[in-house]
Design a protein around this ligand. Structure first.
Ligand code: HEM
Length: 482
């Protein structure tokens, strides 16, 4: 190919891309005054700077978030409004009829996500959601605290052998929270702490990797025949595991065995004549979504809090003093002791403000025109609530970038702290996660001083690789002289 042909070819490709962009990303008149960024520019800046957390999006658009409470982003041919305006944020939580969720089976029919998660308590609206929630609610009310303890103690056994050497806590916490979730949700031992390469963990991790892979999430290779069979095979392996667990559980319940895990309580709720039952497929989809909703989120929360405690020695000391005072000789807290750990709870809330594991809520779509200040978001527009932006707004928080657990001594404005969402769609696993976090922190603070290695890349704040995960966080757990 000669030079002229090459240049002409490139020019044609660029023009075609521009036409494609113009046709697909044409901004509706009512949205044109809202500040916009393109998905392409986010990806590009991620590739160039190799950093891409919610912090970057907030910093880049802070002026507009603070002034207008909304920006728009292009994604797959649609403009999505990302909202921090406190008035609309409250509406989004309370008016589920105006802000219903976008559903996998509607936006991504026959996709990998649809095949694995289907319709469940997170991905449903209206009466269907009510039916799912009615079955799940009782299970999360009476949490089997004893099932959390076994794995939390296993973590301590493993740490014992590592003493003083840096440990990558993100991976460690992910292994722990998967084990706890398996035990508490359906009495299944993933054994990720002791044997991270076993076939169950591998099957689970392979599916999670799929949903983090941009080829699947953005380019939708799971829609391409033949290729999708390779992807679906991995998904079916995990789906089958969940289905077997449900079948086994029914058998063991019929034989009179009961240990109080969530699946048992859900199956019992299905037997209640006042409840409409969930099918086994629906139960399976709920187990799949509990794993995603409850695994990485709590692991991220624990990792960032351990990091914050390492760099804020005063907070670490104060939290430790409280743990030792409240628990005495007990290793893990009782129900009353959980409630008495006031300062630890404040530190947990402050960490979830500073580093919310769910930085923005899953997409909703507005069913009627919504007015934000001088803008109108037309019916049919996808919107998301930007929790990170809300949590870092100087209008809502003094010194928002500082880690100050004391700020939670006083009440703060409703709907300014939304780490677990709000309104009727508020997280079902709040207590699950808080019990887990307090239990692990009590064990660790009693026994170890938590330190950040001198050469850490996170010396001046956590550096995020992408919206969900920071770069590896090495911490040292130094045995205390009791
Ligand atoms: C630090 C840990 C956690 C965080 C930050 C978190 C955050 C959230 C948020 C923000 C929502 C609202 C989603 C929305 O409105 O679209 C949510 C919903 C939900 N979460 Fe969590 N979550 C955590 C732990 C858990 C755990 C441990 C479980 C279960 C084992 C769980 C299960 C759920 C479920 C089932 C919903 C859907 C509730 C509904 O729509 O009715 N979460 N979570």
């Amino acid at each position: 190919m000669d030079f002229i042909t090459l240049i002409s070819f490139i020019a044609i490709v660029v023009i075609l891309l521009m036409i494609y962009n113009y046709v697909n990303y044409k901004v509706p008149d009512s949205l044109k005054d809202i500040h916009s960024i393109t998905f392409f520019s986010i990806v590009l800046s991620r590739l160039i700077k190799r950093e891409g957390g919610h912090d970057k999006l907030y910093l880049r658009c802070k002026e507009y978030f603070e002034r207008d409470g909304v920006i728009k982003m292009s994604f797959r041919g649609k403009w999505i409004c990302t909202i921090t305006d406190p008035v609309i944020v409250k509406e989004m939580c309370l008016r589920t009829d105006v802000f219903p969720k976008l559903m996998f089976n509607e936006i991504l029919p026959n996709s990998a996500a649809d095949r694995h998660f289907g319709v469940n308590v997170v991905h449903s609206n209206g009466d269907v959601w009510k039916r799912h929630r009615r079955v799940c609610n009782p299970a999360f009310k009476t949490l089997p605290v004893h099932l959390f303890v076994e794995k939390a103690l296993k973590l301590m056994d493993i740490l014992e052998k590592v003493d003083n050497k840096p440990i990558e806590v993100r991976d460690f916490m992910q292994r722990l929270t998967l084990d706890i979730l398996g035990k508490v949700a359906f009495n299944f031992d993933f054994n990720n702490l002791e044997d991270p390469n076993n076939p169950y963990v591998t099957a689970y991790n392979e599916v999670q990797k799929l949903f983090r892979n941009p080829l699947v999430t953005i380019f939708q290779i799971d829609k391409i025949p033949i290729l999708n069979q390779l992807i679906f095979r991995k998904i079916d392996k995990l789906n089958n595991l969940f289905e077997d667990i449900i079948k086994e559980k029914r058998k063991s319940l019929a034989a009179g065995h009961f240990n109080g895990d969530l699946l048992e309580l859900m199956l019992k709720a299905c037997d209640d004549p006042d409840n409409q039952i969930l099918s086994d497929t629906e139960l399976r989809c709920n187990l799949a979504i509990f794993m995603v909703a409850g695994h990485d989120t709590t692991a991220a929360a624990l990792s960032s809090l351990l990091y914050l405690l390492a760099i804020h020695k005063d907070v670490q000391e104060k939290a430790r003093e409280e743990v030792l005072r409240v628990l005495g000789d007990d290793l893990t807290p009782s129900a009353e002791q959980h409630a008495a750990l006031k300062y630890l709870n404040m530190a947990i809330r402050e960490n979830l403000r500073l580093y919310p594991p769910v930085g923005s809520l899953p997409l909703r779509v507005v069913t009627e025109d919504v007015k934000i200040k001088n803008f109108v978001i037309p019916a049919g527009t996808p919107v998301n609530l930007f929790i990170y932006g809300l949590h870092h707004s100087p209008k809502l928080w003094n010194n928002p970038e500082e880690f100050l657990p004391e700020r939670f001594e006083n009440e703060h404005e409703n709907y300014s702290w939304l780490a677990f969402g709000g309104g009727s769609r508020i997280c079902l696993g709040i207590n699950f996660s808080l019990i887990e976090q307090r239990m692990v922190l009590c064990l660790l603070l009693r026994k170890y001083e938590i330190l950040l290695p001198q050469n850490s890349i996170h010396k001046n704040g956590l550096k995020f690789k992408n919206t969900m995960s920071p770069y590896p966080i090495d911490l040292i757990f130094k045995r205390r002289n009791e």
